[in-house]
Design a protein around this ligand. Structure first.
Ligand code: BGC
Length: 290
């Protein structure tokens, strides 16, 4: 059994828990610390360090981030401090904690966890996980392999980024009832269905706890739509799964198992050869914290 610390950076709280990456279950109690006002890198780093010290687990640590994460660098900041853009966050957190820390986009982490241990368990083909909260996060998984950083919450729809029209926050801000919100979410899902033909949509994020309110109103064409089952543990579990993957030797049992996160673990040396500065930093529009 491999127990890895997973940490989920959210708009209002930073949560951590040890995860049994073989079963996807939490192997201990969760700890939550409020997200520091403004969510600047240095402050968040302090909280992550505190959580790592609190759990005292050896080995790699997985951390989610609510923006683009490419080769350990955070490249967008829709809901956090702009100083995250272009930062080598893997290196920053590894240095601060003395552990090997790997970051992953929050929706990608939730997607990995849901596809492997949650509502998508055993489903072949294309699974699309969407997290409806302050924004909309997306994870695209085909036969267990993740295509990271799809950022489909920023798909242009109705002259706006989809998340500013169909997220849970948009529902609250617009004072929409569940039927009205479901109509918007259905328009969004139908468009995604046209583009990606998923076999299964998994609806996660804050709205997943209230599936009884929207399930009957959500309509798509060919795809199945189900609520997520791991609720607010999905990010923690997915982060730990990804860190476990990085930590495992390439010839170990995981090599025979289709990589859940879809990416071979790049060595630090390989990562160093492809600096993020070659990737144009993309900044999503600023959004208020939930
Ligand atoms: C960000 C995504 C994130 C999602 C959910 C979006 O605004 O661009 O990276 O996954 O919010 O937090």
């Amino acid at each position: 059994m491999s127990v890895i610390l997973g940490i989920d950076i959210g708009g209002s709280g930073i949560k951590g828990a040890p995860v049994d990456t073989g079963t996807g279950r939490l192997a201990g109690e969760r700890r939550r610390i409020p997200t520091p006002e403004g969510a600047a890198p240095g402050d968040v780093q302090g909280v992550v360090k505190e959580l790592v010290e609190h759990f005292g687990l050896p080995g790699a640590v997985g951390v989610t981030f609510p923006g683009i994460v490419q080769r350990g660098h955070t490249l967008s900041a829709a809901n956090v401090h702009p100083d995250w853009v272009g930062l080598d966050a893997d290196a920053l957190f590894s240095e601060a904690t003395g552990h090997e820390v790997h970051l992953i986009n929050d929706a990608d982490a939730a997607g990995l966890a849901e596809a492997r241990f949650g509502a998508g368990q055993g489903v072949q083909g294309t699974v699309m996980v969407l997290t409806f909260g302050t924004g909309i996060g997306s994870a695209l998984i085909h036969d267990g392999v993740l295509i990271p950083n799809t950022e489909l919450g920023h798909l242009w729809l109705r002259d706006k980024h989809a998340e500013s029209w169909a997220s849970d926050r948009a529902r609250e801000l617009g004072d929409l009832n569940w039927k009205q919100w479901s109509k918007r979410a259905s328009t969004y899902l139908q468009h995604l269905e046209l583009l990606f033909s998923p076999d299964l949509f998994i609806i996660g994020g804050g709205v997943s706890k209230k599936a009884d309110k929207w399930q009957e109103h959500l309509t798509v064409g060919r795809s199945r739509v189900v609520p997520a089952t791991l609720l607010n543990e999905a990010g923690i579990i997915g982060a730990a799964m990804m860190a476990a993957r990085h930590a495992e030797p390439a010839t170990g049992p995981a090599a025979a198992d289709p990589a859940p996160e879809g990416q071979p673990a790049p060595s630090k040396a390989a990562a160093a050869k492809t600096p993020a500065s070659k990737t144009p930093a993309r900044k999503a529009p600023a959004r208020k914290k939930a």
